[in-house]
Design a protein around this ligand. Structure first.
Ligand code: NDP
Length: 257
């Protein structure tokens, strides 16, 4: 599998923590030869720490570019590819992982700002990133090849009370991904969705506006997945031979079944 990824240029959004950070590390571990990893998120200092962690673990074979990018800002996404150094622009794999949930509230009480940030990040940001990278795939002399890997959620399939907007954003990701896959069927562009269940990351800290004790309570009495559990699936999926599309994966901890 590692060989198939050798030499590829891979973008991971939301690589500063959780699933995105683990995914970047897992790509580096699996294919430490000439891989180019573009790590994006808003916290550039944290991205630099992730880059240092990767170098420490796998050495200098993998090239890592930490790149500050807020996917909820369409102008930043539009200029993203053009702002990359020339040798980093030939992207092969996009992992659309950046995402967040804000608040737990019944639908009538949800703050407008929270609705907007969830849609701008989880949906519009993912769509804008996809369009930007598809334009690169399609410019290839071979007629276009590459992988779009979208991190959805079990919440996009099974909405829960208090999470209506987050669930709606992930249902939107699912519909967008399915339609795009149909549009690109029989091309060399693979469109993939991976839907995690409960994973212990900074996700719930963000959900509760930084309140760590509330976030910890979410995982009390259960054993959530680790970010590595999801990262392994992402890298497995990207590492299949070109004719194999692991199109749609749901992965959750046993207690959540
Ligand atoms: P984390 O909070 O640990 O990571 C979220 C990442 O997204 C961070 O790196 C954050 O970086 C980045 N991010 C948030 N907003 C933006 C933005 N506007 N622009 C760029 N990057 C942004 O959570 P997870 O790792 O758990 O979440 C990753 C994905 O997995 C999300 O899409 C989430 O919806 C999904 N998921 C998570 C589950 C869970 O239980 N944890 C379950 C199902 C799905 P920064 O703050 O530096 O910008």
């Amino acid at each position: 599998m590692g060989k198939r990824l050798d030499g590829k240029t891979i973008v991971v959004t939301g690589a500063s923590s959780g699933i995105g950070r683990s995914t970047a590390l897992e790509f580096a571990r699996t294919s430490p030869k000439n891989l180019r990893l573009i790590l994006t998120a808003r916290r550039i200092d944290t991205l630099k720490e992730v880059a240092a962690d990767i170098k420490k673990e796998v050495g200098e074979g993998v090239k890592v570019l930490p790149f500050k990018l807020d996917v909820s800002q369409p102008d930043e996404v539009r200029s993203f590819v053009g702002n990359l150094p020339e040798e980093w622009r030939d992207i092969d794999v996009l992992v659309n992982n950046a995402g967040l949930v804000k608040g737990v509230a019944k639908a009538p009480e949800i703050e407008e700002a929270d609705v907007n940030v969830m849609f701008a990040t989880n949906v519009t940001g993912l769509i804008n990133m996809t369009q930007a990278v598809l334009a690169i795939f399609k410019k290839r002399p071979d007629g276009g090849a590459g992988d779009i890997i979208n991190i959805g959620s079990i919440a996009g399939r099974e909405p829960y009370q208090g999470g209506s907007i987050y669930c709606a954003t992930k249902a939107a990701v699912r519909s967008f991904t399915d339609a795009l896959r149909k549009e690109l069927i029989a091309t060399r562009i693979r469109v993939i969705e991976i839907d995690p269940g409960q994973v212990e990351t900074e996700f719930s800290v963000v959900r509760f506006y930084g309140d760590k004790s509330k976030a910890d309570a979410v995982y009390a009495g259960c054993e959530p997945l680790t970010p590595d559990d999801i990262a392994e699936v992402v890298v497995f999926t990207a590492g299949r031979r070109e004719n194999v599309v692991v199109a749609d994966t749901l992965i959750f901890p046993n207690h959540q079944a």
